[in-house]
Design a protein around this ligand. Structure first.
Ligand code: ZN
Length: 247
């Protein structure tokens, strides 16, 4: 049984314009997509819950954490971001969707600014540039999103270990839309579609990619302790003032 936690800041989701697209919230749409896997337990966690919905026991019992955030990245405590990073290093999978490129956990895992160009209300063609990759299973050579937010290069990320999707926009921009990394024992996937007022998270290809990514990111070998010298726990990072400090 795969244990997936879908985290959403759940702020846009209270507006009518977003409810019209995602009546159960962005988290609801993502969770519904993941639940189409037959051996999965999906839980939802949101910013407004105690401990942001991610107390230690939840993180410790999550195989893959999916993250959507946009306007409240700064409200996520630094210590939680460090904890997510620690769990990824020990093997937990992490999937950052759309504007989670600026979330604290993703930026910590990348170590770069993760900034990019953007423009709203665009047409996107998502090209599969790595058809042999497990996340591309069942995905055609390209698919179209009639309306999505343009994210463009330069996307300030470390060079992906695998690039699976490339987005092309009507304005001529291209973007590394589906990128993979490993961090410690954990796998990280960034996927660009998923703007709050567009419909991409209901697109069957997008939903299939999220499911494929969950399977790909699931830990093969999660460890309680890392077998490396001197691992620094999250609370130590915070105590020593190693705050994220990029906001
Ligand atoms: Zn957006």
């Amino acid at each position: 049984m795969l244990r997936v936690t879908v985290w959403n800041e759940n702020i846009h989701d209270k507006k009518d314009s977003v409810r019209a697209v995602y009546p159960d919230g962005i988290h609801g749409a993502v969770a519904a997509a993941v639940k189409e896997l037959d051996d999965v337990k999906v839980d939802i966690a949101t910013l407004d819950q105690p401990e942001c919905g991610l107390p230690d026991d939840v993180l410790g019992n999550t195989d893959v954490l999916i993250w959507w955030g946009h306007v409240a990245h700064h409200e996520v405590p630094d210590e939680l971001a460090w904890k997510v990073r620690e769990h990824v290093n020990k093997g937990m999978g992490f999937i950052a969707l759309h504007s989670a490129h600026l979330s604290k956990p993703f930026k910590l895992l990348m170590g770069t600014s993760c900034s990019l160009r953007w423009r709203d209300k665009e047409y996107e063609r998502v090209w599969c540039v790595n058809p042999g990759h497990p996340i591309a299973e069942g995905i055609p050579p390209f698919f179209e999103l009639e309306r999505e937010e343009m994210y463009g290069e330069f996307f300030d990320i470390p060079h992906p270990e695998s690039l699976v999707f490339l987005g092309w926009f009507r304005g001529g921009e291209v973007f590394r839309s589906g990128c993979c990394w490993t961090r410690g024992l954990g796998k990280v996937f960034y996927f660009q579609p998923g703007h709050e007022t567009d419909n991409s998270l209901n697109n069957p290809h997008v939903r299939k990619i999220i499911r494929n990514a969950v399977r790909w990111a699931a830990p093969a070998n999660r460890r309680e302790k890392l077998d490396c010298p001197n691992p620094i726990p999250a609370e130590e990072m915070v105590r020593h003032g190693m705050d994220i400090g990029w906001y």
